[in-house]
Design a protein around this ligand. Sequence first.
Ligand code: SF4
Length: 477
Amino acid sequence: MKDLDCLIVHPTTRVKTRSPTNVLTNVILPMGSIAIADYIDRNGFSTEIVHTGLEEMLNPSFTIEALFKEYTPTVLGIDLHWYPHSYDALRIAEIAKNTYENIFIVLGGFTASCFAEELLQKFECVDAIVKGDAEIPMLDLLKTLPSQDLSSVPNLFYRENDSIKQSKKNYCPSQEQFDSFNFHRISLLRNWYNYLQLTHENDDLRQKLKRQGWLCVGRGCAVNCSYCGGGHNAQCLLTGRSTPLYRSQEKVIETLKVFAEMKISCAYCDFDPFGRKTREYYFKLFEMIRKEGIDVSTQFLVWDVTSKKFLEEFKRTFNPLYTTLTLSPESGSETIRKLNKGFYYSDSELFSWLDLTKENFIPIELYFTTGLTGETVTDFRETVQLGKRVVEEYPNIIHIACNPIFLEPGSPRFLDPQKFGITLKFSKFIDFYLTYKKFALGVPVSSRLGYETEHMSETDIIRFANYFNDQVYALTH
Ligand code: SF4
């Protein structure tokens, strides 16, 4: 048994299928877990992260019960950032409560933040929720815990006797605090070496030569896409962050240097909170990467089209081996794009941008979706047409796909379904929990996406996405 002050568990989603082994999905660890673990560890509290999906993959007979026989933690932290972990996070919390006599169980992440009160009301096994950013609250919690009074721990929802309390103290990191966090101590994750080797894109646990690291560049977003639970308003509501926060370029370079020591060949980067309005931050970062001689590929997601200068600087900076740029136009209809996306670009802007990427030989991944607000069958046909056209005209498109939108807690359409023309099938945490429980048990569910729109049933939304992939994705192979 290993004594630990804090054990952090990533509750990989498990889906039961007809095959003898479970399917493991949503295998990416939130980057914040690394920063939290590092921060509390550096401040004198022993910490380790365990990724249940990774453990299960390395050892098919792995169980949570067996894991808890290896550790005796004072605090168990479980990330509930993404809603697909709704069931597994609580399943693990329940097992921990039944295993340990005196364990304190705390959940955090966007989904936990969105449903903090409901979680404490409905799940006795949960002792507290950190709503919003959690580095300093987790440290304060560990320092405070021998006492019963948790009111001084910022961002905390907790139990006191039979009632639920919310701490009056708020925390949202300042620039200085944010830059004091480290996102590169991946070694705090058990079997971290395998994590880098085995987890690339979501749900992909096959071993490859490519080693991928997740690069934290910042937090937040300046806009509100109708379907996104991480947009500007959600950030304000859940974390108190009113404007996006970048890490200093120096800190990002520090992370990339550690990535190089870990032989990470591709840095996944998904932070572009102002779109084309300003990308000055990246011009400086790219220049520093070149100056430091950091040799790395990137899977880089832009949230808006970019300038020619951006593409040229991007191209000059990264090793081409695994480098790709990703953009998500979402719809082939300009009207629907405008209605749903915080960063709007017309078809003609999209094609001009694709022309530039072709001239610069930059591999592109494009993503579309179904189930958007206002989207009709006619709009979807435009999506298919656009998809076919770009595949035919741009040989640098290496991947194109369409995924149905799943309902995200805290998104504009979740908070105001009527305004966004949808009918909710999930409105509380328990709806997400029960759905993912059924997935885990292999029981049929009444809703997968959590909503339907005024123009499309849930079946249509899923069927159209599949149709796009059959018709368009197939053209790329
Ligand atoms: S650009 Fe849209 S999808 Fe991306 S984080 Fe912002 S609100 Fe979410």
